[in-house]
Unconditional design. Structure first.
Length: 276
């Protein structure tokens, strides 16, 4: 039994300290130590001292090994400021946060909300690493498929496709570029039928609540005036098509010119131990 005990200790020593701290191994070692102590009490003094001395030498050697491992782990940590960020535009139900592009429009004098989201979008910053979030965002080119707009109402989505987005772009692609964030704001330059439309949005970041490794979420929020800042033809088209649908209890039809937009993008901290 003593030979088995020493073989177990030797195996754990060779495997490294991570195996040593496993619960099952710890319990096994504990019961073997108890058994060893009982056997030692039955031996002659010379054997007692031999076994105890061997055990002490092993323990000291093992502790020194742990210290060396911990020391090596400290030296491989990235230096301050060497954080690397990456845009993650994939979707997963398991994620605490996902990249999203949402919109809210309004109808009737009571300003009833009509909300939706775009489910297909891309950027030229995917699979690229940056030293800061500002560097990642600045100059980012994006493309949103307006055909992927979904509001939960099939008739509304069809009307938006044929009488709004078709007038807004040539190929149902909403393209644009992000500027550099300045004082909690950012300029978003849209390409509307070949014309550049610059609109200032709010900009802020926050840490993913359930992540301890510094993953961030970039939030871009703002309001677009469809008549003054975007495309009056597209606005008039959807208003005329949905004239009766946008009547309120007062009998007056109103399609609000303002549309609220909220873009949320997940930024991965590539220095996270869980990355890759």
């Amino acid at each position: 039994m003593l030979i088995i005990f020493y073989l177990q200790l030797l195996q754990l020593y060779l495997d490294g300290h991570q195996s040593f701290i496993k619960i099952n191994s710890a319990l096994n070692i504990f019961f073997n130590i108890v058994y060893l102590l009982l056997k030692i009490s039955e031996m002659k003094n010379i054997y007692k001292w031999l076994i105890i001395s061997s055990f002490l030498v092993f323990s000291l050697t093992f502790c020194n090994t742990n210290e060396n491992i911990d020391s090596n782990q400290k030296t491989i940590k990235p230096p301050d400021g060497a954080i690397s960020y990456k845009l993650d535009m994939t979707y997963g139900d398991w994620r605490p946060e996902n990249t999203e592009v949402n919109w809210i429009a309004y109808k009737t004098n009571d300003k009833i909300q009509v909300s939706g989201s775009f489910n297909e979008f891309s950027s030229d910053r995917e699979n690229r690493s940056f030293n800061s979030i500002d560097d990642l965002v600045n100059g980012l080119n994006f493309s949103i498929s307006s055909l992927s707009s979904s509001s939960g109402d099939a008739l509304r989505d069809l009307n938006l496709k044929n009488y709004f987005f078709k007038q807004l772009t040539d190929n149902f692609q909403i393209n644009g570029t992000l500027g550099r964030p300045v004082n909690d704001s950012i300029d978003v330059i849209f390409d509307v039928l070949g014309q550049k439309k610059s609109i200032r949005f709010g900009f802020y970041t926050y840490t993913v609540p359930t992540c301890s490794y510094g993953d961030q979420v970039v939030s871009i929020t703002g309001t677009i005036n469809l008549v003054n800042q975007f495309n009056e033809i597209a606005y008039n088209s959807i208003h005329e098509t949905c004239f009766d649908l946008h009547k309120g209890v007062d009998g007056i039809s109103k399609t609000w010119e303002e549309v609220d937009v909220h873009i949320k993008a997940l930024i991965i901290n590539q220095n996270s131990p869980d990355f890759n």
